[in-house]
Design a protein around this ligand. Structure first.
Ligand code: GCU
Length: 437
């Protein structure tokens, strides 16, 4: 029998044909604007959820004072995040070496001292993964300065046009291999505002996150995680660290270096990360109490945003699109987020009583700014228990009206990036909590 298009439902119903056409156009528009179709952006469809109480132990006992928080609940929550979300990381391994290979006391037209240091994760052998730290310090400083430590998405040489920055190698995600730095890209990463940070009296330390582990499935073989395998082990166990855990571990190693630098006040290191590196900053700050202040910009799902809110990116999206970021056990929660024994407000609570700040943007609904705000609200009781000030409101502030208590938050116009406005708030927040010491 001869079949023809005329026998399909498309052709038999012109209305249906039009409907399909409109649907296809909408899909194409959504794709072109970067919007996804399997995502909820309707507040009315978020649904009901109950957050785990950060101040109730798993055995049901209420945490009534700082001692019980520090001795029982904090370690319990940390362990839950290790086992279920980011995976367990090793501590500092012996034998890591730091080698300073650059010093310019008159960098940036005399405004800065520039140092560059290589961290050899395999110590004296030097043949394993290594990370370069780029450090600028205000030239005028007469005593050790507080420093912003910021992981970068691109090689350090892109954060400023300074020709003295080493043209390090990079790992483009699409190529999945190491390529030489590209001189024409020097200074093109606008997320960094070196002069602004220096003028505020702070130093700026930058690392390229792919020096710790390149960011793609399979990148693990080029990074630090295999250095910790047990004999015969070929992959991390389901409760061992994912790539975010590795990047967070690397940030702690950068802090180890800063502690050895006499020009740095290592008790005043502000850790700031954006997006996946905002997730990383929060996890690093939660584990390593030496970070004095933690700032996460647009950290979204798996960062500051509540996982139980079905809005924007979800745990399932994370596990599907970035299976290497989190630990194996996290996959169990893709369709059962309500069964997670933690939610992300408890990650913020792990940073207490230290100051934590969240930057969010209106056009970054994928990261669920309201979910980040509500997470900060829900971390408040822990801060209050420790004698600090949470956000003290459950009303999301309007745009450009930052809250700067021990928990800080802003919502600004614009998209998913790090802007001058963000840096202005980060510096104010840091100054409020670390200044005049
Ligand atoms: C993706 C991802 C986010 C992440 C972001 C980034 O959008 O879904 O979770 O924060 O990339 O790191 O740029």
């Amino acid at each position: 029998m001869k079949t023809s298009l005329v026998t399909t439902p498309f052709a038999t119903s012109p209305q249906r044909c039009i409907a399909w056409f409109v649907f296809a156009v909408l899909l194409l528009c959504a794709a072109a604007s970067g919007q996804r179709t399997d995502v909820n952006y309707d507040e009315a469809k978020v649904g009901k959820y109950t957050l785990p109480d950060p101040l109730v132990l798993q055995n049901g006992e209420r945490v009534r004072d700082a001692a019980a928080w520090n001795k029982h609940r904090r370690p319990e929550i940390l362990k839950l995040f290790e086992s279920n979300v980011y995976g367990r990381s090793p501590g500092r391994s012996k034998g890591i070496t730091f080698e300073q290979f650059d010093l310019d006391k008159r960098a940036l037209d005399g405004k800065a001292i520039r140092k560059q240091v290589t961290v050899y994760f395999t110590g004296k052998k030097k043949d394993g993964p290594k990370m370069d730290i780029l450090l600028y310090l205000p030239a005028a400083a007469r005593k050790p300065v507080p420093v912003f430590l910021v992981p970068s998405f691109s090689g350090n040489y892109r954060i400023h046009s300074d020709p003295g920055i080493k043209l390090g190698e990079e790992w483009p995600r699409d190529k999945k291999m190491k390529v030489p730095g590209d001189e024409s890209k020097r200074g093109t990463n606008t997320y960094f505002q070196v002069e602004k940070v220096l003028a505020g009296g702070y130093g700026l330390a930058v690392i390229y996150y792919c020096d710790i582990e390149p960011d793609f499935v399979g990148g693990i073989q080029f990074g630090v995680r295999p250095l910790f395998y047990q004999p015969g082990q070929t992959a991390p166990a389901a409760d061992e660290w994912g790539a975010i855990g590795a990047w967070a571990w690397g940030l702690s190693r950068a802090l180890d270096y800063l502690e050895t630098d006499k020009d740095v006040d290592a008790r005043r290191v502000v850790l700031m990360g954006h997006s996946r590196l905002g997730k990383t900053a929060l996890w690093a700050g939660a584990q390593d109490a030496r970070f004095a202040v933690v700032i996460a910009n647009g950290s979204g799902e798996g960062g500051a945003a509540l996982s139980r809110r079905t809005y924007g990116e979800t745990v399932k999206h994370l596990n599907t699109n970035f299976p290497h970021w989190f630990c194996g056990n996290y996959k169990q929660f893709s369709d059962h987020v309500d069964e997670l024994p933690v939610d992300q407000h408890m990650l913020l609570a792990l940073i207490a009583p230290r100051p934590v700040y969240l930057g969010c943007a209106e056009q970054d609904q994928w990261a669920d700014p309201r979910g980040e705000f509500l997470s900060a609200v829900a971390a408040g009781p822990v801060y209050r228990l420790l004698g600090k000030q949470g956000l003290d409101t459950d009303q999301m502030p309007p745009q450009h009206q930052p809250i700067m208590h021990t928990i800080g938050f802003h919502y600004r116009a614009g998209k998913h990036e790090v802007t001058t406005y963000d840096w202005d708030q980060f510096l104010l927040f840091a100054e409020k909590h670390l200044g005049d010491r």
